[in-house]
Design a protein. Sequence first.
Length: 313
Amino acid sequence: LAKAPESEAGEAEGSASSQAKPQSIDDLRLWGLFRCNAGDRYEPLLPGAQLKDKVLLYVHGWQPGHNATAFDPNSKTTRESPAITEGFLTPDTEAYGDRYDTAAPWREAGYDVVCFFWAPIADEATPNEAERKVWDEQDDLQWKCPGCKSCSKSSIQPLIPESVGSCTKGYRRECMPQGSLGQAFCKVWEELVTAEGTTRPSYLHLVGHSLGSQLSCNFLRQQLRVRGDATQVVQRYTLLDPYFTNFGKDHLDGRWPGQVVREVVRAVSSRGAAVEQYRSSKVLDNPLSDSNKELRKMVAYFVMQPTYLPLQY
């Protein structure tokens, strides 16, 4: 993520970048809600933080290889927090032209731009395991160790200090919530919007990208459980290149993930939510993925053909 210009350094008082460096894993905020300020500057959102009446809530997807660089202080990709993986600034490449803050129009329209980051947990070799974490309410969540004394090669300086302790077969459980990620997402959101002195936003635009579409969907599923099936829990719901694996899953009672997503989309649509899906890649055009064509019939479906993306992706 690009750093904000020095003139903006004081713009987001209390932001993650202005806080002291974490001294332990407990301080790292491996997952949770963050507000996106100008210049891709992020601040953690904790109970008591005030939100605007309109919120754009974004959820990212699968992040293979994230932890190897996110915890390395010498990496060029190190973020203000290991949880942060993506930004709203267009890349500094010729294909995009001038850099542009795509979140700026939302803020100018009166929205708070909020992200649910879970990158250390989303770091898996295949999307199947990351997908399971989104839904599985029985198994304990864990995250891939970026390197400690027990799993680092002797010639490499461990990224996790020895005082923190060793991982178990390459994974760690520190700072992980109970239940599924969807349940954890719903819980921290409810803690934020129901804290004393705060008001729940009246307009929520939820956006999920790739595997984040499933996580955002489980968030809505949990919201319906918590707030009641008859409640309109979201006003607009956007699926950006949603990704689904094939076949039924034990943690979904034998149903396919795409089937469960359709059930939730049907539920929120019937309560007044506008639901849309955008396709800009061929991520589902392979035998290991579920194209979920039935979902297209339930939403406003758009096909984009950006020239800066290779056709195979």
